[in-house]
Design a protein around this ligand. Structure first.
Ligand code: PAF
Length: 281
């Protein structure tokens, strides 16, 4: 595995691959790898000739009072994991190399970004779309793989790639969970032991909603109330940021469930913001 920090070196190598018919798979990450990241690398490895993993804590997607400075980082450990998963190139640039001082161009999908996570994180998806576009331009990957845990991110990237005719196939991989149901996240390290033991109730609450839908409930308000009642009883100290039921691809909010539907939530638990989602199909 080659560790590359230079944008030019990355572009030269990846363009040679792309134009000589080598199928390249890109896994964009912010590092501090867990099994979820590994599953993305394994998927890309199995479906492409060359695997490019990127590790960049993207300042543009963090708001002013968010955890950019404290976001967990461990390049040495991440490099060992990326190598073990069959990564050919680990791209780990400096922030100054990705964003020149007078950077002023942004990629946005505002209609889909101003809901769900975007309400409390107004610059989040603009930062993601911009950095992902830059990574696509630098590597021209045949395919790119993202986790379904960030469902809104995946839906927005699919839309952006479609709207901008970017020649990259987008693939989503299922959420990887701890045995007790907690979705893996680099930020789970922020949870105190007590919070960690109760955090799985967030997913269990969503499962209560899924069961209500399977039993025939069609009213979104009733499904959301069932989820909230469960949270209130089992994890009352977690503060809901949002709980929404929406169309899985357009992200349009639903009032009635009579076709494809998805539920997603974000809760602030102590200093940790936890997100989760599942299909209501
Ligand atoms: O999902 C992430 O880790 C990030 O949002 C991404 C896609 C690597 C962009 O910084």
């Amino acid at each position: 595995m080659q560790i590359i920090t230079s944008l030019d070196e990355l572009r030269n190598l990846c363009y040679q691959w792309r134009f000589s018919g080598v199928k390249t798979g890109l896994v964009p990450t912010m590092g501090y790898f867990h099994e979820g990241h590994m599953s993305l690398m394994q998927y890309a490895r199995a479906n492409s000739d060359k695997l490019i993993t990127t590790l960049f804590v993207n300042p543009a997607q963090f708001g002013e009072n968010e955890d950019l400075d404290t976001y967990p980082r461990d390049l040495e450990r991440d490099a060992a994991i990326a190598k073990a998963q069959g990564t050919d190139i680990l791209f780990a640039p400096e922030a100054g190399a990705m964003y020149v001082e007078d950077h002023m161009t942004w990629v946005e999908v505002p209609h889909m970004a101003k809901r769900l996570c975007g309400i409390s994180r107004p610059v989040f998806f603009r930062g993601i779309c911009t950095v992902v576009t830059k990574l696509f331009m630098l590597t021209l990957p045949s395919m790119a793989v993202f986790g379904e845990k960030d469902w809104q991110q995946l839906a927005i990237i699919r839309r952006m790639v479609n709207d901008l005719n970017i020649p990259t196939e987008i693939h989503g991989c299922p959420i990887v969970r701890e045995a007790d149901g907690l979705a893996l996240s680099s930020r789970n390290v922020y949870l105190s032991p007590k919070e960690r033991s109760k955090a799985p109730h967030i997913n269990k609450g969503l499962q209560v909603g899924c069961r209500r839908v399977k039993e025939g409930e069609k009213e979104v308000a009733a499904v959301k109330q069932a989820v909230r009642d469960y949270w209130q009883e089992n994890v009352p100290d977690a503060k809901e940021d949002y709980l929404e039921i929406f169309h899985p691809h357009t992200l349009e909010y639903l009032e009635k469930i009579d076709g494809e539907a998805h539920v997603a939530c974000a809760l602030q638990y102590g200093r940790t913001r936890l997100i989760d989602n599942c299909s209501l199909a």
